[in-house]
Design a protein around this ligand. Structure first.
Ligand code: SAM
Length: 276
């Protein structure tokens, strides 16, 4: 069998993965959902022809979007995840012993069902009793919450379709209001190589709202360009002044050295963020 899945990462860049099997395919009310088994990266969740996560490289992304805000906050108890229906962020959040309540809000319940069935190593935390799963639009959900969460993590699809409204000023302002007075927001902020304008826009919009805003980077092999950005907006705690003592989590990418170094930005990103 010589069948390949190809993702158009831009008009001039493609990612191709050799397929062993197509495990599942459904058209949900929000997106086309496919689970494939690939030779290089194991099983992959694909939404609207874009790879969201794979068994073999998911840890790069899920650990970085989760542990950076979770270690910046000294005592994160209530955590909200918007998007992230595959469960990877939930699994990482649950590694923190301070956590008492996790709410996952994904618009598409089919993502949750398919991940539970086909991606058990990623979705393992979804059945934990402290995890509340709400299948609704995160844009509406956040409007009703005030002064409640310690950490909010936005693990969304790219800004197309139902995710468009997760990338604007109104939404980020609503996250600010939903957080407690010392809360922290982190959002996946796209590829600084392929989606430079989106990355800059996210950073600048959050910076207008949160007193402390930092960009940090990680590597995600299957994402466009490989280098990935995250934006952290904090009301009080400064990640650059935070050190991790006595690190005990089982992780594959994140560690205290990565926590310190991920905020050191390459010059081309610094220039991007400083521009008008
Ligand atoms: N890590 C991935 C990436 O960066 O490409 C994102 C993975 S996660 C599966 C993205 C999730 O966001 C999807 O399951 C999708 O259903 C969800 N989503 C998109 N728009 C949403 C919205 N408005 N409210 C809640 N969830 C949303």
């Amino acid at each position: 069998m010589n069948i390949w899945f190809t993702e158009e990462q831009s008009s001039s860049l493609r990612l191709s993965l050799k397929i062993k099997d197509v495990l599942y395919s459904v058209k949900t009310p929000y997106q086309n959902l496919v689970v494939i088994d690939t030779e290089q990266y194991g099983r992959a969740l694909v939404l609207d022809d874009i790879v969201q996560t794979t068994e073999k490289d998911e840890f790069f992304y899920h650990e970085m979007i989760t542990h950076v805000p979770m270690f910046t906050h000294p005592n994160p108890q209530r955590v909200l995840i918007i998007g992230g229906g595959d469960g990877g962020v939930v699994r990482e959040v649950l590694k923190h012993r301070s956590v008492q309540q996790v709410t996952l809000v994904d618009i598409d319940e089919e993502v949750i069902k398919a991940s539970k069935l086909f991606l058990p190593t990623i979705s393992s935390g979804l059945s934990n009793p402290i995890v509340d799963i709400v299948c609704t639009d995160g844009i509406k959900f956040i409007k009703e919450k005030k002064d409640f969460y310690d950490v909010i993590i936005v693990d969304s699809t790219d800004p197309i379709g139902p995710a468009v409204g997760l990338f604007n000023k109104d939404f980020y302002t609503n996250t600010f209001e939903a957080l407690k007075k010392d809360g922290i927001l982190t959002v996946q902020s796209e590829s600084p190589i392929i989606n430079k304008n989106i990355t800059v826009d996210i950073f600048k919009t959050i910076k207008d709202i949160y007193p402390l805003t930092y960009m940090y980077t990680g590597i995600v092999p299957t994402y466009q360009g490989g280098l990935w950005c995250f934006t952290l907006g904090s009301k009080l705690y400064n990640p650059l002044k935070t050190s991790i003592n006595d690190f005990k989590l089982e992780t594959k990418y994140f560690n205290p050295d990565i926590f310190k170094s991920c905020f050191a930005l390459p010059s081309f990103i610094k220039i991007m963020l400083e521009g008008d």
